[in-house]
Ligand binder design. Sequence first.
Ligand SMILES: [Fe+2]
Ligand SMILES: [Fe+2]
Length: 301
Amino acid sequence: MNDPSTVENTELNALGDVPIDDVVALMDRPAPDYRELYYRWERQQWEAGSIDFMQDRNDWLAFPDDLKRSFLWGLSSFYVGEEQVTHTLVPFVDAVPTEEQQVFLSTQLVDEARHTVFFDRFYSEALDEQGNDMNSRLERQSGRLNSGFRSLLLEMLPAAAEKIRVDKTLDALVEGIVLYHIVIEGTLALTGQRFLLNYLRESDVLPGFRQGFTAVARDESRHVNFGVRFLGEAVSNEPRFADLIRRRLEELTPVGLSVIDPPDGDASYFDPLPYGPEQLTEYALSSLDKRLRAMGVDLAA
Ligand SMILES: [Fe+2]
Ligand SMILES: [Fe+2]
């Protein structure tokens, strides 16, 4: 494994060859303070517009249809997911109590917009997804999503953001950050990214996508660090938040894990992949456990 500080400073054109577990290791270190997270963002800029998808397009055309279908399920969940987390973050930016937190979340808002543009370019240039604009291409993805994803990302996340906007309380923020930063980013997205990127790297395909998606994962490590720090501070200032976090997780975990179920319960989605739902679930739960330990919340309590 590379030194995490090497991964931190790797340029975009070399990121596609960095093992994803080295990026995940950034998330597993103690979360730095908000200012340091901001400086990391300044150092880790990358251009979604500069990635070359020529080879990706050729690779994609050569994939068998069943593999394309399985990839499209996962990729479209990310494409739609990035767009959803972009437009639901604004109430969080507005409601967090300190300037340092607001500054950091402002950088996250830009990150999520960049991730959406990255996926949109990949879909239009490598996968040849037709459509006049991002809206029309995003709409085309709806048939590729499963019901767990719809519940969590299209219903519960906007509801949590709206609650923050209306209530502006620390309780609403804690509930929202458990969903957004811990369950969606630090558990589910991380799991999908890790298995997908490992597979693509071992098969040596989609080099442009690997570069960008590894940069996305590095950005996500900062977002998850923020969530862990924010919730850890909330619990240490007011221990009652540990209960709120536990209750919120009891409500979210079953829906969260159903995001791993293939669309319409069709198990053949996993046939062309070298991993199955059990491995994804196990990895997701161990990631969640790491996040909880880091914020000082004992789920068994
Ligand atoms: Fe993102
Ligand atoms: Fe994120």
